[in-house]
Design a binder for this molecule. Structure first.
Ligand code: CP
Length: 304
């Protein structure tokens, strides 16, 4: 593992190893702290979009591992005034041991990783959110004891979270269903990857059908457009019936887990009642961003 750019970069064994290291680091942190595995190491935390969890969990995680994490907003770098990202990559690669980047296009991230010469971690692109999905899988395994054979259903927009959960869930041996409106399907290459898993993957536009007997139901914001704009109004129409409500979840397993990567739009992708009922697992999921990202850093930079 040289970078973490998307879930399909990982083998099933690498995925399991990340989760195992994350469990160890979490247990050590609860007992007082982890070894300074990143002592003397520097991590650039570069953000081209807003973030609460990704930014702060990486800042705290690098600190807990004894390294130096520097947050930078790309709008405040020379990149924000037109310096090519290719040059930014070649400069930061000379100063830092690792770069975490949240940006828009996956192709920009992939090009950056080729040029930086140091490990690069995807902090979210329009295509993938591997750190979030690793935290989701860690949370499911922690609460249920295993992943293989369990039914994971994602309901929402077939974008970064859907793409990464489909691949991550299948790599972990889960049965994965993706429920999204016809015009919001996951990326074509993700569907090609998923179809290799035969009946372990199912794509549908019918939330009630998709959720049937699910062990875990995950969702994410689907009204990503600015409120009041024509795009936002269109999304509200397109996603009618895609809200996780108590009624919709009746067809899932009685002890279903509900995950939400946050931030949540209550009353859109999830009802307030369902969110509060499942808040314990949702905030475990948020906490596990910290532990699983520490594991990724420890593997990439300290050979764990
Ligand atoms: N889930 C997630 O990535 O949260 P942030 O946007 O706050 O980083």
């Amino acid at each position: 593992m040289k970078n973490l750019l998307k879930m399909s970069d990982l083998s099933p064994a690498e995925l399991t190893h990340i989760l195992d290291v994350a469990d160890q680091l979490k247990a050590q942190q609860k007992l007082g702290g982890t070894a300074p595995l990143l002592a003397g190491k520097t991590v650039a935390l570069m953000f081209s979009k807003a973030s609460t969890r990704t930014r702060t969990s990486f800042e705290v995680g690098v600190y807990q591992l004894g390294g130096l994490g520097n947050y930078m907003n790309t709008a405040e770098l020379q990149a924000g005034r037109g310096e090519p990202l290719k040059d930014t990559a070649r400069v930061l690669g000379r100063y830092y041991d690792c770069v975490v980047w949240r940006t828009y296009r996956q192709s920009d991230l992939e090009e950056f990783a080729e040029l930086a010469g140091v490990p690069v971690i995807n902090g979210l692109t329009d295509y993938a959110h591997p750190c979030q999905v690793l935290a989701d899988l860690m949370t499911i395994r922690e609460r249920r004891g295993s992943l293989a054979g369990r039914k994971l259903c994602f309901v929402g927009d077939g974008s970064s979270m859907a793409n990464s959960l489909i691949v991550g869930g299948l790599l972990a041996g889960m049965q994965v269903t993706c429920v999204c409106p016809q015009s919001y399907r996951p990326a074509a290459d993700v569907l090609m990857f998923a179809h290799k898993y035969g009946s372990a993957f199912h794509l549908t536009a019918d939330p009630a059908e998709g959720i049937q007997d699910a062990d875990v139901v995950a969702t994410a914001v689907w009204n990503t457009a600015k409120p009041g704009t024509p795009e936002s109004e269109q999304r509200l129409r397109d996603f009618v019936g895609f809200q996780l409500t108590g009624k919709l979840l009746e067809s899932a397993k009685p002890d279903v887990m509900v995950l939400h990567c946050l931030p949540a739009h209550r009353g859109e992708e999830i009802s307030s009642a369902v969110f509060e009922q499942h808040a314990p697992e949702i905030f475990d999921e948020a906490e596990n961003r910290l532990h699983v990202q520490k594991a990724v850093l420890a593997i990439l930079l300290a050979g764990k």
